[in-house]
Design a protein around this ligand. Structure first.
Ligand code: NDP
Ligand code: MG
Length: 382
């Protein structure tokens, strides 16, 4: 195959990262220039030995030193910390950077990669949620593409081809997560184990918890606003339990174009790497006759009110989407550590949003300072 694409994967040891490497394993034309992880150096070492990148970043400083010893027989440069992550993001050889780190830690590396002229295969939704007003114009200025990896956004991107104009609304589908139909009362006793048990998708811990609270869908509304230039009020969330219709676009004539497929993240990842080409994929063919029905329902915004908080943040703009995101990141961490109850995740977000004065058009420094302050104050109170 004459296809060649040089990529860097930030967060190569995570759910999206490992699936990206699975695609690179199949298509040898996809070359890995740089990789990064936070602390999982065992997996990172195996990936380094297999794909022989020129540069590897271990964000955790102590683990980075250990990693350096492990790979001392290889011709690879090891970097560490936040600076190292930026070095990996800008690493010269790559044409595209797959941003698969979790949380707001994806913001600066994405900006750095754009400034280095790289296309972005964007998995890290927190980047656009917190810095969409900076990242989108920057991508235009540097003439780089932002290709969505998030399955819903990839579906919208695919549905828009051929006609990116006269969009009436975007239909953003949500599985509803493991607690669909549960009342607020029933959510009180949910444990991390219950919340980590997603019915359709196997993902990293943070996004899995976010899917169960519908915070994930809230983040995706804001992500869609930036990617496709639509208003928050023109994005409709629909619960679709089977996760087969990955999202859709309704045009002004009410025609609806959607993308369907099995729930398999390899497809949106591969499409972002091979766009506009579509290369074969194994074990993901959709068998329509396996499904008795595809169902569509309204979300319960009373029990899962974080979705409404996200819309509010998205409509207000400024620093509020950062406050929404950062308070959620802190709350999810505390919930996974067993320090707060499940309903407290949404309560913490609500209180954080009520407790700040909005900053219109915040700078990167203001975004990162707000993130730090919000998280610190939540950790202090727990
Ligand atoms: P994971 O938790 O599985 O992986 C996260 C990756 O980032 C790991 O490589 C991890 O390293 C690294 N990492 C974690 N914290 C930091 C940090 N502070 N600095 C640098 N690197 C860090 O996450 P996912 O793959 O599930 O998700 C990645 C992103 O993609 C998220 O933004 C998520 O919302 C988005 N996404 C994920 C989907 C999925 O199916 N998983 C679907 C759609 C979007 P280590 O392994 O060493 O801890
Ligand atoms: Mg998604």
């Amino acid at each position: 195959m004459d296809f060649e694409h040089k990529i860097t994967v930030l967060g190569s040891t995570g759910s999206i990262g490992t699936q990206t490497l699975e695609i690179a394993r199949r298509y040898k034309g996809i070359r890995l220039c740089a990789l990064s992880a936070y602390s999982n150096i065992e997996l990172l070492e195996a990936q380094t030995r297999e794909f022989m990148p020129k540069l590897v970043c271990v964000a955790d400083e102590k683990k980075a030193r250990e990693f350096e010893t492990k790979v001392s027989d290889l011709d690879v440069k090891v970097v560490s910390g936040k600076e190292g992550l930026l070095e990996a993001a800008a690493f010269r050889d790559a044409q595209t950077v797959v941003t698969a780190v979790v949380g707001i830690s994806g913001l600066l590396p994405t900006i750095t990669a754009i400034k280095a002229g790289k296309n972005i295969a964007l998995a890290n939704k927190e980047t656009l949620v917190t810095g969409g007003h900076i990242v989108m114009p920057l991508a235009r200025e540097y003439g780089v593409k932002i290709l969505p990896v998030d399955s819903e956004h990839s579906a919208i991107f695919q549905s828009l081809q051929g006609n990116p104009k006269r969009i009436k609304k975007i239909i953003l589908t949500a599985s509803g997560g493991p607690f669909f139909k549960k009342t607020r009362e029933e959510l009180k006793n949910v444990t991390p184990k219950d919340a980590l048990n997603h019915p359709n998708w196997s993902m990293g811990a943070k996004v899995t918890i976010d899917s169960s609270t519908l915070v994930n869908k809230g983040l995706e509304i804001i992500e869609a606003k930036w990617l496709f230039g639509v208003g928050i009020e023109d994005i409709e969330v629909v619960i679709h339990r089977q996760s087969i219709l990955h999202s859709a676009v309704m045009y002004e004539d009410n025609a609806v174009i959607a993308q369907l497929g099995t729930p398999d993240m390899r497809l949106p990842i591969q499409y972002a790497l091979t766009y506009p080409d579509r290369l074969p994929m194994e074990n993901n063919e959709l068998d329509f006759t396996q499904y008795m029905a595809l169902t569509f329902e309204k979300p319960d915004t009373e029990a899962f009110y974080a979705l409404e908080l996200a819309k509010k943040a998205g409509l207000a703009g400024g620093i509020l989407p950062t406050v929404f995101n950062s308070s959620d990141e802190a709350a999810v961490k505390l919930f996974l550590e067993g320090k707060i109850s499940y309903p407290e995740i949404s309560e913490i977000i609500k209180n954080a949003m009520e407790g700040v004065k909005n900053i219109p058009d915040p700078s990167i420094t203001e975004i990162l300072e707000t993130d730090k302050n919000i998280k610190e104050s939540i950790y202090l109170r727990s």
